[in-house]
Design a protein around this ligand. Structure first.
Ligand code: SAH
Length: 257
């Protein structure tokens, strides 16, 4: 009787174990399938919006930038309610009146910086942390500043959770840059300023590049690529009409002056 019971118990245990293993396999398979689908969405996003974009847009050619755009999980940087639109050809709301830029703009600005593996980069306007993650894949160190604490703190946690150990996030007014870690090989500003902030010019290496949207809140804005000359002055070139949320803080929006 005892032997019979234990045999029954053994069989029951085996069945439970079998079911548990099977369920885990089904779970893993479902996760793998979802990961693959997301990867395919990113591949399509890069092909149709960035590498071979609609007429009127300059294709992004830098292979490292394209590979990175295919790799970074953009859907994890947008709020849950926006997730299904994560790969759409447009900016998305990230709360607090701010937006994550359109995928093309992220890739375009990143290419303009000409990122190299040994570069140290400063970003002003962390937002969701997506642009910082893209840069972190391409350079050795990223310093990023966000003025809204309710965005900066979760972005820092998100980047940590995803394993981006080469990104440092600070909640502050990015107009003043990050003196302690200057000079930077390049600087990217992801909010529109009324002028190029002099502290950022100062913190850029000679020969370094800064990509910054300049203009007014409701008026025209232009994406500038600015290069620092030997004599400390900068030379800027307007590359694209754009629409960004304003840089606030020290550099108040023109309307509020
Ligand atoms: N790069 C972000 C998108 C940024 S949207 C991303 O990949 O998601 C622009 C961000 O700039 C907003 O989060 C806004 O709060 C921030 N910002 C505006 N003025 C700023 C300032 N003076 N210093 C730092 N961040 C600023």
């Amino acid at each position: 009787m005892r032997a019979l019971l234990s045999r029954t118990a053994f069989r029951a245990l085996c069945s439970i174990l079998f079911l548990a293993v099977a369920a885990t396999r089904v779970d893993t398979a479902a996760v793998d399938k979802e990961e693959e689908a997301l990867k395919q969405q990113r591949v399509r996003m890069v092909r149709t919006q960035i590498e071979r974009p609609p007429m009127g847009r300059r294709p992004v050619k830098n292979k490292r930038v394209l590979d990175t755009m295919r790799k970074v999980p953009r859907h994890l940087f947008v709020p849950l309610r926006e997730r299904r639109y994560a790969h759409d050809d447009r900016p998305l709301s990230i709360g607090h009146g701010q937006t994550i830029s359109q995928p093309y703009i992220v890739a375009f600005m990143t290419e303009l910086l000409d990122p190299k593996p040994d570069h140290k980069v400063l970003e002003v306007g962390t937002g969701s942390g997506y642009q910082a993650a893209v840069l972190a894949e391409l350079v050795s160190k990223v310093y990023t500043i966000e003025i809204i604490e309710a965005l900066g703190k979760p972005a820092k946690e998100r980047l940590e959770k995803l394993g981006y150990e080469n990104v440092e996030v600070k909640v502050a007014d990015g107009y003043h840059g990050w003196e302690e870690h200057a000079p930077f090989d390049s600087i990217i500003v992801t909010c529109a300023a009324s002028h190029v902030p002099p502290p950022l010019i100062k913190q850029l290496k000679t020969g370094g590049k800064m990509c910054i949207p300049v203009g007014t809140v409701f008026g025209p804005q232009h994406l500038l690529i600015v290069t620092k000359q030997e004599d400390g002055t900068v030379r800027g070139k307007s590359v694209l009409p754009v629409r960004f949320v304003p840089l606030v803080g020290h550099d108040k929006p023109a309307e509020r002056r």
